[in-house]
Design a protein around this ligand. Structure first.
Ligand code: HMG
Ligand code: MG
Length: 296
């Protein structure tokens, strides 16, 4: 059976946007449940300023409480060398830097221009490459910016190419505001694939306008095989007002299994993990698959 790679971002992208700040033990318990469900690529948190994103404080403590299992990789977001030092000290084997295709978003999110951010990432990526730590590069606002609207695909291609050439092995294309549609996704992936290997591309769709599943299918058709998603559809971005969570992992597991593509994930266990975190947050799931499963 052909396989797709799911990158579970709920414990980072999801929880960073929840008003309730959860203790490290609960965040780790969620991730350990996700491992039990079969997820193998999991973002565990961020080494960013706790003043900017208090929800991600104590990421080092989260990492200490995770089960270690062959074939399971935990990654963390790092915005600069200070974050990278913390990631290395915690024994991380994968990190992610995060740039944007929109200047306005870059300034709001990481307090510097795109060019300044790339200069900050250079030593981080070099360090990762030197230590054999995998490094992913995010590009936000690939299908629109919350502050300035339209973003030209060529701008996305330019930033993605820079990150790839600097040494990021994987580039995750983020529809931060969740406004993209399948046609735009196909155009964007085709434009990126001219400059970058298709196998290095991942897609990261928020579901604000309800298009995220359709967008994943469009990306699959365009040759992408790596998909970011969030258990129970948790999430958003603190610097993208009104944006909702990522596409729910439950939706992707259901979608891909219907297409005969292996995700390695057990849907029932995944839905249980989603139930756990929803209870901790006092929220109801955003996953329609989880709702339908429970109702059957
Ligand atoms: P700054 O204020 O410009 O940084 O923030 P600074 O270097 O001037 O330092 C200011 C203070 O922050 C200092 O502390 C530093 O020590 C501390 P003070 O002396 O004032 O007590 N600091 C740090 N502390 C912990 N870890 C660090 C760190 N660096 C500095 N790594 C900075 C710049 C990047 C730090 C800040 O803007 C920040 O932390 N931003 C976080 C942004 C973030 O996490 N956003 C959400 C993730 S991105 C996202 O969600 C999009 C994505 O999902 C894709 C998509 O959907 O599009 C990935
Ligand atoms: Mg995101």
């Amino acid at each position: 059976m052909d396989a797709v790679k799911l990158v579970e971002v709920g414990a980072r992208d999801g929880l960073q946007n929840e008003s309730r700040v959860l203790p490290a033990a609960v965040r780790a318990a969620l991730i350990n449940r996700l491992v039990e469900a079969g997820l193998t690529h999991i973002e565990a948190g961020s080494f960013v300023s706790p003043r900017w994103v208090p929800q991600m404080a104590d990421t080092d403590e989260v990492l200490r409480q995770l089960v270690q299992r062959t074939g399971v990789t935990y990654s963390v977001l790092v915005p600069n060398s200070q974050g990278m030092a913390a990631a290395v000290a915690s024994g991380c084997r994968e990190v992610a830097v995060f740039a944007a295709a929109s200047e306005a978003f870059s300034l709001r999110n990481i307090n510097c221009t795109i060019e300044e951010s790339l200069a900050r990432f250079a030593p981080v990526i070099d360090k990762a490459n030197a230590e054999g730590i995998a490094v992913r590069g995010y590009v936000s606002c690939v299908l629109g910016c919350p502050y300035t609207g339209r973003v030209a695909p060529q701008q996305v291609v330019a930033v993605s190419k820079r990150l790839y050439e600097m040494g990021c092995q994987e580039i995750s294309l983020g529809d931060t505001i969740g406004a993209g549609t399948p046609g735009a996704v196909k155009q964007l992936v085709s434009a990126c694939a001219v400059e970058l290997p298709l196998a290095s591309l991942a897609v990261h769709f928020h579901d604000t306008w309800g298009m995220a599943v359709a967008n994943c299918l469009a990306a699959l058709d365009a040759g992408v095989r790596t998909f970011d998603s969030s258990v129970s559809g948790l999430g958003g971005c603190p610097y993208s007002p009104g944006a909702t969570g990522n596409v729910a992992t439950e939706e992707l597991v259901y979608l891909f299994s219907g297409l005969g593509l292996n995700t390695g994930v057990d849907l029932a266990s995944l839905i249980q993990a989603g139930g756990y975190i929803d209870e901790q947050l006092g929220r109801t799931t955003s996953s329609r698959v989880a709702r339908a499963w429970r109702a059957k």
